[in-house]
Design a protein around this ligand. Structure first.
Ligand code: NDP
Ligand code: PYC
Length: 335
């Protein structure tokens, strides 16, 4: 059986859950909207099933939900944020307007966030920049569950990369993807639903290929997407997400003393570019032309379109949750 829940109601329930474990109201709202947006857009790997991970991470003391980020304005085009063991989203929110201002003034802004926990999709972080007319690229590293191509043991995170660009007269172009063959969240969902994985997604504890999600999760590992190419991108993300930001490599995430902790404590890199300073034809017009060409070439679904379709449908009719999902949420929600 299923039920439909309005987006606003879901935000309110999630915010109550965050507040019940000591998250200040403003941060609870921000995290709730982030997580509910994922559910609303059909980005299930980072939707409401992640709430238990958030709660357990907070309860165990692994993350400080009340941390106040420290912003360091170090150069005309460079902004550093220390999230101080808090979540990445409030750290980004605190630096957002300053970063936009710098990008508009100098043409670009590099924003690094360190000591930050990120358990969500990246598109909610960057789509608003494109809606404000900027090009945005972001990467974050996570926990060491992916074996580099040609290596024997996991060292890389599932390390997503996301890109957003404005396009004249239409929604921005946005893609957001793990550099592992699947996101870890999708492996967890496959295990819960008893679904085997396709070939080429993961290996078991002995490094042997397996289609069993439980074997991947219990001592096994993921593979990078696209062999050596995804592997190289993921290495770049470790460098930008950890080495450049001053955060931790995915191998350095040690939550063993915090039972239930699920939020990787790493770093996030964001690059903003103001296309208004590029000269030539307006970028957004050219981007729109490019998308028209893609459609003319027979491409029916652009990256980001599935999400936006889900968004429109679910804002109108409510978000469909199974009884199991609802009951899980109610076990976390204070009355
Ligand atoms: P998907 O493989 O589902 O999608 C990747 C991208 O491809 C999306 O932009 C998607 O658009 C687009 N896409 C998918 N199918 C098609 C298609 N048939 N035609 C055109 N475009 C398509 O994403 P992943 O499973 O790799 O990642 C899921 C999420 O997990 C991401 O949001 C990522 O940020 C998050 N993640 C977060 C991590 C963290 O550390 N915080 C770690 C790893 C992943 P659309 O969205 O519209 O479907
Ligand atoms: O789904 O791979 C994932 C993931 C890792 C950290 C947050 N999400």
């Amino acid at each position: 059986m299923t039920r439909r829940v309005q987006y606003e109601e879901l935000c309110e329930i999630l915010a109550r859950i965050f507040e019940s474990v000591g998250t200040p109201h403003d941060i609870a709202l921000l995290l709730a909207e982030n997580c509910a947006s994922c559910e609303r857009d059909g980005a299930k790997s980072h939707g409401i099933f992640r709430m238990k991970g958030y709660v357990d991470s907070i309860r165990s003391g692994w993350v400080n939900p009340a941390a106040t980020p420290r912003i360091e304005d170090v150069a005309p085009s460079f902004l550093r944020v220390d999230a101080r063991n808090g979540f990445a989203q409030p750290a980004l929110a605190a630096a957002r307007s300053l970063a936009i201002g710098k990008a508009r003034k100098t043409g670009a802004c590099i924003l690094t966030i360190r000591q930050s926990h990120h358990l969500s999709a990246l598109w909610p972080d960057i789509e608003p920049f494109a809606e404000a007319g900027l090009i945005a690229l972001s990467v974050v590293n996570s926990m060491a569950v992916t074996v580099p191509y040609g290596a024997k043991r996991p060292l890389l995170g599932t390390n997503p990369i996301a890109f957003a660009a404005p396009a004249e007269g239409r929604a921005p172009f946005v893609f957001d993807m793990a550099t592992s063959a699947w996101a870890h969240g999708d492996i967890q969902i496959a295990r819960r639903e008893g679904r085997p994985l396709p070939e080429g997604i993961g290996v078991d504890a002995d490094g042997e290929p397996t289609r069993d999600p439980a074997r991947v999760l219990d001592g096994g590992a993921l593979l990078p997407f696209g062999g050596h190419k995804g592997s190289a991108l993921s290495m770049m993300i470790e460098l930008l997400g950890a080495a450049l930001t001053g955060g931790q490599f995915s191998t350095e995430v040690d939550w063993s003393g915090y039972p239930g902790a699920a939020t990787p404590l790493t770093g996030q890199f964001i690059l903003l570019i103001d296309p208004a300073l590029s000269g030539g034809n307006p970028f957004a017009v050219r981007a729109s032309e490019f998308m028209t060409n893609l459609s003319a070439a027979g491409l029916h679904v652009l990256p980001g379109e599935r999400r936006r379709r889900n968004r429109a449908e679910n804002l109108k009719n409510g978000i469909v949750l199974t009884d199991e999902e609802w009951e899980q949420l109610m076990t976390l929600a204070p009355i």
